[in-house]
Write a protein that binds this ligand. Structure first.
Ligand code: MN
Length: 487
């Protein structure tokens, strides 16, 4: 059968005076190896079309749930009519009323090795941007086939799981004026963590790179979702309160406890890993993929479980999204540029955090005793931050920000006193003419999270409330955060 004969069904279904799709028959540059393309097709129902160059046409399958990325998963693939080779590079919008009406975009493309191409079985090694690996297609009756990835994950061209990645950070700022090209996520109030999963095991690392896995035993089962592959996920470990709002206070009780206690607390104050990015998957770094594509890949993994979830990213009017987040009692939103790569360890303007209320970290530089209480009992914490924020740590100095006395429970004051005692310092590390005369100074090594309503003109915190210690935060990274909306 000639290519022309093979395209009869394709042509019969289309009116080429109305659809931008190619009619076929144009010369297409030859290739040493057969090519493939996967289209993301926003037709009446979203699906992905896998097309393999074969015998002068593109043998095509529609895969409703997308091409499986991990070995073992089977997906239904519906054999559709052969498409012309020009479709290898086709993208566009098929008008209403035409066959397959809707947006059609290239999701991946590349070449492949045809290991078998039989009516009873098609087996290929795909060499694409996203898809790399061995796939098999087997007919199950009518036009229905099963598509499965069948290689193991330690094949050639795979990188070992990276261990050195650090989370990308957001810059505080206003909502974008032009929401085009931005996506919006809820800002989760918890502990930022990267999950490194491989071979059914997972490790969680804090922003500073500390392994905090033993604190959260209930999160371990996450790795069992894809035991045969490797991945690095970016997210936030949170503890929800009765209203379903993340409570940093609750989460705090999970930190710095011994392993046995951690297991008990996992029952009493369960944690959830809220996943929002994918940095590595199945032997490949995904850092250079645009945010939008990383998200699509992440969502295709369907990571939903008792202690982990992948909340959606929103597009649309940022004011409305922000208002909805505030209404629900959330901390704010993070605006992310859809075309931006992941910049590990960097505070990047491609990510912008907009907070409903001001809360940030401060370095503890001293304390004052509680009035009329016993020795060592803490009444207020003296707080500071490094300035200027942009310079290297050596070029910065500590600036006094005021004191926080509210929010300290008696038990907490006792615990803090114990942590601060070994840090005692004769001399203050900040210039603080307005600090109380009974101030006790400490070396700037502990970080506190503090909520406040704004700044005074002389640069002191208004109504600061102590929320807890941040053992995961680096004191040298503590700077004054500014946000137009959070004053
Ligand atoms: Mn289609």
């Amino acid at each position: 059968m000639s290519a022309d004969d093979r395209l009869a069904a394709y042509r019969r279904k289309r009116d080429f005076s109305r659809t931008p799709e190619p009619a076929g028959g144009e010369p297409v540059p030859p290739s040493d190896r057969p090519r493939f393309v996967v289209h993301e097709h926003h037709a009446s129902s979203l699906h992905w079309d896998l097309r393999l160059e074969h015998d002068g046409v593109l043998a095509s399958w529609a895969v409703p749930k997308g091409i499986p990325l991990e070995p073992g998963t089977r997906r239904l693939a519906v054999r559709t009519e052969d498409h012309p080779l020009e479709y290898l590079t086709f993208e566009g919008s098929i008008p209403e009323g035409q066959y397959g009406a809707g947006e059609i975009r290239i999701w991946d493309s590349g070449t492949y090795d045809p290991l078998k191409f039989l009516p009873s079985e098609v087996m290929v090694d795909l060499h694409g941007g996203r898809l790399r690996g061995r796939y098999v297609l087997v007919p199950t009756g009518g036009n229905r086939w099963l598509l499965q990835r069948i290689d193991s994950t330690d094949g050639p061209g795979r990188e070992p799981l990276p261990r050195d990645l650090r989370p990308m950070l957001a810059v505080p700022g206003p909502l974008p004026d032009d929401p085009e090209g931005w996506a919006f996520e809820v800002k989760w109030d918890g502990i930022r963590a990267l999950a490194f999963a491989e071979g059914g095991r997972v490790h969680f690392r804090s922003r500073r790179g500390n392994d905090i896995s033993s604190q959260f035993p209930e999160l371990r089962a996450l790795a069992q979702r894809y035991p045969d592959t490797s991945m690095v996920l970016d997210g936030e470990i949170v503890a929800f309160d009765e209203r379903g709002v993340p409570s940093f206070e609750r989460l705090q009780s999970r930190l710095g406890v011994a392993e046995r206690r951690a297991r008990a607390l996992a029952e009493a104050v369960p944690a959830v890993f809220v996943i929002f990015d994918l940095l590595f998957f199945d032997g490949r770094r995904t850092l250079t993929l645009p945010y939008g594509e990383r998200r699509r890949l992440l969502e295709s993994l369907e990571l939903e479980g008792p202690h982990w979830q992948t909340p959606r990213a929103f597009t649309g009017d940022p004011e409305t999204i922000f208002a909805a987040a505030v209404e629900r009692g959330l901390e704010g939103i993070v605006c992310k540029r859809a075309d931006s790569p992941y910049e590990p360890g960097r505070r990047s303007p491609s990510w912008r955090k907009v907070k409903a209320r001001s809360a940030q970290e401060f370095v503890i530089v001293g304390w004052t005793p509680r009035k009329g209480a016993g020795f060592g009992d803490i009444g207020a914490l003296l707080l500071a931050y490094y300035d200027p924020p942009s310079s290297a740590p050596e070029g910065r100095r500590l600036v006094y920000a005021g004191r926080a006395g509210t929010g300290l429970s008696e038990a907490e004051a006792v615990r803090l006193a114990r942590s601060l005692a070994p840090l005692a310092s004769e001399e203050p590390t900040v210039e603080a003419p307005d600090a109380p005369p009974d101030a006790r100074w400490v070396r700037p090594e502990l970080v506190a999270r503090v909520e406040f309503t704004g700044w005074t003109e002389s640069g002191r915190l208004r109504n600061p409330v102590f929320l807890g210690l941040r053992p995961d935060a680096d004191p040298r990274e503590v700077v004054r955060e500014t946000s137009e909306l959070s004053a």
